[in-house]
Write a protein that binds this ligand. Structure first.
Ligand SMILES: *[C@@H]1O[C@H](CO)[C@@H](O)[C@H](O)[C@H]1NC(C)=O
Ligand SMILES: *[C@@H]1O[C@H](CO)[C@@H](O)[C@H](O)[C@H]1NC(C)=O
Ligand SMILES: *[C@@H]1O[C@H](CO)[C@@H](O)[C@H](O)[C@H]1NC(C)=O
Length: 411
């Protein structure tokens, strides 16, 4: 920490802490994106966000980890989940008496109110998890997996899961494009599907038994006991990171995406191998994330949109983030995201949340133009789906997946 207290406003300070996973305290003013919501220009300002619920709660959490306000505590915090849980919870009681918060809560759409009422909870029990270690993989793997495909899906999307299992999501050895047939290049692929519980008011079928059978057969189901809704998708990232850190620590890369995309696995493998061969590979891998990256965005103010985030909930711009429809990041980064996520309140939009965590790691996603995550018209999608230079295409239906896979696989 440099200089007297008064200089902190302009000083660029990032104080490292000795916790595992290399987590930083990010001081106000130290980030390139000055309007990024959770960081007020001066951290001692008392009401910097006019009652915006998420920002106020996050500010309370940030205070706990501020090494200037709590010089001793910052180093004492171990990697113990219960400490973080209680700090997240405590932030609610600390700000509970702010009238503006309550008024803002009353103004929120019902879905967001529901989100806020549950946002301090993330310890949902696991209902089904892959037997053995780290998802479905080949039995006789001779080295650590290169890529784990983690796919967000819902109970009723059985058909999409099958299409993925038979196309781009096949597990086992994949030799990439350059060195086909050679064992020198390529790597093992594993697969896991991420699910909550089907939103029960909307379905008549009980999927529980079917999913158990699917899990017994394929060993690639990871399901937690929370309602599978749009605003709960962030839980899949956070809980996946926790699971990954425990069971997959040797895996080099993760693909995280939706079940309605086409992933050109062969090309991605080749691309990842290129990263590993770069001279500074170790430093690149530490922060490595690639996808369709948007610069700092404005939260949607369209009240009918499913992305609608009113400023009574969140004030500020979004950080830089990669579209959650499909993104690839390193296993090392996954573990670091797991650590840092314990001190970032859940945010209802999953990819924005990942961006928020990335910023706190001082890591930035890389944009790659071959990640096509945009909503194309139907005709355009058909064209894009058959364009084999792409790494990822949204959105391809299960028939297109099969055709496209056949096509990229013969070259
Ligand atoms: C679905 O079936 C399982 C086991 O067969 C049962 O435990 C569960 O309560 C059922 N869920 C619903 C919503 O009926
Ligand atoms: C998220 O899941 C929890 C647990 O099932 C549920 O109570 C809550 O309503 C869900 N939140 C949203 C916003 O759907
Ligand atoms: C990337 O995402 C942005 C924002 O969602 C979108 O406007 C853009 O078209 C996407 N680019 C590609 C190549 O998919």
């Amino acid at each position: 920490v440099y200089g007297p207290f008064g200089d902190l406003k302009t000083a660029e300070i990032i104080v490292t802490e000795s916790v595992p996973g290399d987590v930083y305290f990010v001081a106000p003013g130290a980030l390139p994106n000055k309007n990024f919501g959770p960081v007020p220009i001066t951290f001692w300002e008392r009401h910097p966000f006019k009652g915006a619920i998420w920002n106020i709660l996050q500010l309370a959490v940030d205070h706990h980890f501020n090494p200037i306000l709590h010089p001793l505590k910052a180093n004492r915090e171990a990697d113990d989940d219960s400490i973080y849980d209680s700090i997240l919870r405590q932030s609610f009681t600390e700000v509970n008496d702010l009238d503006s918060m309550r008024r803002n809560f009353d103004k929120l759409p019902e879905e967001l109110q529901d989100f806020v009422s549950h946002m301090q909870r993330r310890d949902y029990p696991t209902l089904i998890q892959p037997p053995g270690v780290c998802g479905a993989g080949a039995k006789d793997e001779k080295k650590a997996p290169l890529l784990l495909l983690a796919i967000k899906t819902i109970e009723s999307n059985f058909k999409d899961r099958q299409a993925i299992r038979h196309t781009w999501g096949q597990v086992g050895w994949v030799s990439g494009l350059r060195q086909r047939g050679s064992r020198d290049g390529g790597g093992y692929i594993r697969r896991v599907f991420l699910l909550g519980r089907e939103n029960s008011e909307e379905v008549v079928v009980n999927f529980s038994d079917m999913l158990q059978m699917e899990s017994a057969h394929y060993g690639d189901i990871l399901q937690w006991d929370f309602r599978d809704t749009f605003f709960n998708l962030t839980l899949k990232d956070v809980l996946f990171w926790r699971w990954f850190s425990k069971f997959c620590s040797q895996t080099l890369f993760v693909f995280m995406g939706d079940d309605d995309v086409f992933v050109n696995t062969l090309r991605i493998i080749t691309y990842l191998e290129d990263q590993l061969q770069k001279p500074q590979a170790h430093r690149i891998i530490k922060n490595f994330m690639v996808g369709n990256v948007s610069g700092t965005g404005i939260p949607s103010q369209v009240s009918k949109s499913k992305y609608f985030i009113p400023d009574s909930f969140y004030k500020g711009l979004y950080p830089m983030y990669a579209s959650g429809r499909g993104v690839v990041y390193s296993g090392l980064l996954t573990k670091r995201l797991h650590s840092v996520s314990k001190r970032v309140h859940l945010f209802p939009i999953d990819d924005v949340y990942v961006g928020m965590c990335m910023m706190r790691l001082n890591a930035y996603p890389i944009h790659h133009p071959a990640f096509l995550t945009f909503d194309f018209s139907k005709k355009e999608t058909e064209e894009q789906c058959s364009y084999r230079k792409n790494l990822l295409v949204y959105k391809c239906n299960s028939n297109q997946l099969v055709e496209l896979w056949a096509e990229v696989n013969v070259t």
